[in-house]
Design a binder for this molecule. Structure first.
Ligand SMILES: C[S@@+](CC[C@H](N)C(=O)[O-])C[C@H]1O[C@@H](n2cnc3c(N)ncnc32)[C@H](O)[C@@H]1O
Length: 273
């Protein structure tokens, strides 16, 4: 993108800091909006943004890509189920605080959070004993948080789930599958911006101290400075020996920050000793 075009865009969006986003990601987002708005050049698109408030909003919304899936990275979730949860539970047996605390830090429309809750509820059933856990699910977009809280999905959204999971955890009405209250009971949803300077962890969690933070599929939208800030924030509120799970394509970013992958390709990390 030409420097003049990006300068005009920065000017237009001065109430919202787009300079934190990765340049290639910004360019792709602009090109997507140009196609939608039938704009032949970046210059024309910037002029359109200057004249049209609705398009400014549509562009800023397009930066918060909310795509998600249940059990999005199957290997990470398998490692969570088979290794990580057991390790956290062993730690808990010797701890005063028995509750497992998890932060789903960019929860989008809830698929990641409900996948974690399903694993923990099903784990409990296998062991014949309840697992005491709480998941704090946050996103910077209020729209996403409201969608996540509602927990309404189409059958296409559920394609990674078994029939047993669909029957156990969803209620079907017409073509809408809604998450049952028993899967929501251990989850707190709230709005939280990972780049905010105000709070180090979601206020709803009171003191942070998470055994696991899932911060997946958002780092690659940001420039290295912002990535560093987010990684600093999520690692600082882990308990000693806590785990950080990220997206498959973000593993290399984490490896540059003194984090050690617990199992090859798992995208689950521990602070290196
Ligand atoms: C592609 S979705 C990923 C959802 C889910 N974590 C997953 O892996 O499927 C990215 C989410 O990150 C959220 N997000 C982007 N920047 C954020 C920030 N600074 N703080 C909190 N959430 C953010 C977006 O609103 C969006 O819902």
């Amino acid at each position: 993108m030409k420097n003049t075009a990006i300068a005009r865009l920065l000017l237009k969006t001065k109430g919202f800091d787009i300079s934190k986003y990765d340049r290639a990601f910004l360019k792709k987002s602009i090109q997507r909006r140009m196609t939608v708005m039938h704009c032949a050049s970046e210059e024309l698109y910037c002029t359109l943004m200057e004249q049209n408030e609705e398009e400014s909003i549509a562009f800023l919304d397009s930066l918060l890509i909310g795509y998600s899936e249940f059990f999005r990275n199957s290997l990470s979730f398998a490692v969570l189920e088979k290794i990580i949860f057991t390790s956290i539970l062993v730690k808990k047996t010797n701890s005063v605080r028995k509750e497992i605390r998890i932060w789903s830090a960019a929860c989008s429309s809830g698929q990641e959070t409900y996948s974690l809750a399903m694993l923990l509820k099903e784990f409990k059933k296998g062991e014949g004993e309840e697992i005491n856990f709480r998941i704090f699910a946050t996103d910077c977009s209020e729209v996403m948080v409201n969608d996540a809280r509602k927990g309404e999905y189409t059958i296409d959204n559920l394609s990674n789930l078994s029939l047993k999971q669909i029957n156990n955890w969803f209620r079907k009405q017409d073509d809408v599958y809604t998450v049952k209250p028993e899967l929501k009971e251990n989850i707190d949803f709230s709005v939280f911006d990972l780049l905010s300077d105000e709070f180090s962890s979601p206020p709803s969690s009171i003191f942070g101290n998470f055994d696991l933070v899932v911060c997946a599929n958002l780092l690659f939208y940001y420039k290295p400075d912002s990535q560093k800030k987010i990684i600093g924030k999520v690692t600082q509120c882990l308990t000693k020996g806590g785990f950080l799970m990220t997206g498959e394509t973000e593993r290399s970013i984490l490896m540059q920050h003194q984090l050690m992958e617990v199992y090859p390709q798992s995208a689950i990390f521990k602070i290196a000793q």
